[in-house]
Write a protein that binds this ligand. Structure first.
Ligand code: HEC
Length: 158
């Protein structure tokens, strides 16, 4: 009798251990799913503010979807002459002027240089609202402008 119950107990304990490791495995799987979701999620966020989607969302109205400077605003805002962004390399001896393009988009160091600038200052517009000019906000601004520069590079007419 005694050994029997003991045996049963052992069996039960054994089962509990098996179950327990099952639970652990379950949590491990949950953890992996969570990590995968996290990575995909952040990938999604990055993709959302990719150069292309940002361009279409906030630049195309002036510079045109194809970058040639013929967005709708050209016809509604008097005298607005958005630059043709597909000929930047061509007009710079065949080399894409990334630094200048970056600075033109950011705009903050051109305040004195271009008095009649009509291009918005994306270095300000892209700041994280309520958290402007913090390291994080500036890093986000930099990432977005850099993605835009790369997208504009890819638009260059050969
Ligand atoms: C309200 C209209 C408008 C919007 C929106 C706009 N731009 Fe502009 N952009 C201009 C105008 C106009 C110019 C010509 C310079 C000037 O008048 O300020 C210009 C100039 C530029 C230049 C300088 C080109 C050169 O010759 O060096 C770049 C690069 C540029 N824009 C990129 C962008 C990007 C990227 C976006 C979106 C994040 C954008 N622009 C959104 C109107 C606009």
């Amino acid at each position: 009798m005694r050994t029997n119950t003991l045996g049963r107990r052992r069996k039960l304990v054994g089962l509990a251990v098996v179950r327990h490791s099952g639970v652990r495995l379950y949590f491990a799987q949950l953890g992996i799913i969570f990590l995968v979701a996290l990575v995909c999620g952040s990938g999604g966020v990055l993709a959302e503010s990719s150069g292309k989607s940002d361009y279409i969302a906030v630049c195309a109205s002036c510079h045109g979807e194809n970058g040639r400077g013929n967005g709708e605003a050209k016809y509604t805002l008097a005298g607005l002459e958005p630059t043709d962004l597909t000929t930047l390399s061509e007009r710079n001896g065949g080399q894409f002027p990334s630094e200048e393009v970056y600075r033109a988009i950011d705009g903050r160091d051109q305040i004195l240089g271009h008095e009649h600038r009509r291009m918005p200052m994306w270095g300000l517009d892209f700041q994280k609202q309520g958290d402007e000019f913090t390291e994080l906000s500036e890093a986000q601004v930099k990432a977005r402008i850099s993605n835009l520069v790369e997208y504009i590079r890819s638009m260059q007419r050969k």
